[in-house]
Design a protein around this ligand. Structure first.
Ligand code: ADP
Ligand code: MG
Length: 256
């Protein structure tokens, strides 16, 4: 790896919604080519942390660092905001997010969904983007669905389209927020397969998931978040095989 700077680094991040402190000083690092799985109970702050990574949420204290470049802030505490809109755009377009509910645009075909942001946000030429989009659709196994509407696809196919859409931005990292939670078990596996392929390709990813098998199988590093703090973290074999914290043991026994 020529570039040793982590793609994303979060240091001592604090985030509150009004008086509710949701992140209480969290550190997380996604080195280039690594996969970080994030697990934890509902409400522990996983989605908030992902959204802080790509600046969809503001935070009150701590650092968000993209490829060695710290986000510059103005204001303090609840008034803290990113100071540089261009920096925000650069970071956000480089950290593509995949959501539980796919969020495909219903009035666009699958191909249009995948092409939309590279054309409008990045200003790439349509012909070039279309070729890439078709490539990514084929890669996730739905090359024949380019002209279909989202509603004509199964949940698993829609999520794979959403992954192709994220890939077409050619981001530096992918952020997944419970990508398989909305899917029936038999459709879940086709999405897990795609995510495993991406991990094997050496993509940098942070994956929030309730699927402990996937968290174990794809990750280089697993983080267990509990009430806005990292309770335990480590390599998957250690974290799942030999959990040290009682809270993690309990969490794992309930999600087996
Ligand atoms: P998780 O993804 O681990 O389930 P979240 O990050 O969604 O947890 O939520 C963490 C806490 O923050 C929860 O208590 C939730 O109710 C609260 N929360 C999330 N989003 C908002 C919001 N926009 N406004 C106020 N509270 C929020
Ligand atoms: Mg969540």
């Amino acid at each position: 790896m020529s570039d040793s700077k982590p793609v994303i680094e979060i240091r001592n991040l604090h985030k509150s919604y009004g008086t509710l402190e949701v992140l209480k000083g969290v550190d997380i690092t996604a080195p280039a080519g690594h996969v970080v799985s994030m697990i934890g109970s509902s409400g522990s702050g996983k989605s908030t942390l992902l959204r802080c990574c790509n600046l969809l949420e503001d935070s009150q204290q701590g650092d968000v660092i993209f490829e060695g470049e710290p986000v510059r802030w103005k204001g303090k505490g609840l008034d803290r905001r990113p100071a540089d809109a261009k920096q925000v755009t650069r970071i956000r377009t480089n950290l593509a997010m995949v959501f539980q509910q796919f969020n495909l645009w219903a009035h666009m075909t699958i191909l249009q969904n995948v092409m939309e942001r590279p054309v409008t946000v990045l200003g790439r030429p349509r012909a070039e983007v279309e070729a890439k989009a078709r490539e990514y659709l084929a890669k996730v196994g739905i090359g024949d669905k380019a002209d279909a509407w989202p509603a004509q696809l199964s949940g698993g196919q829609q999520q794979r389209a959403a992954i192709a859409r994220a890939l077409c931005m050619e981001p530096r990292a992918l952020l997944f927020d419970e990508p398989t939670s909305a899917l029936d078990p038999e459709l879940e596996q086709e999405v897990v397969r795609v995510i495993k392929d991406l991990a094997e390709e050496g993509r940098t990813m942070i994956i929030v998931t309730h699927d402990m098998r996937m968290a174990h199988d794809v990750a280089d590093h697993v983080v267990f978040l509990h009430k806005g703090l990292i309770e335990e973290q480590g390599p998957p074999a250690e974290l799942f095989g030999n959990p040290k914290s009682e809270r993690l043991r309990q969490f794992l026994s309930h999600s087996a």
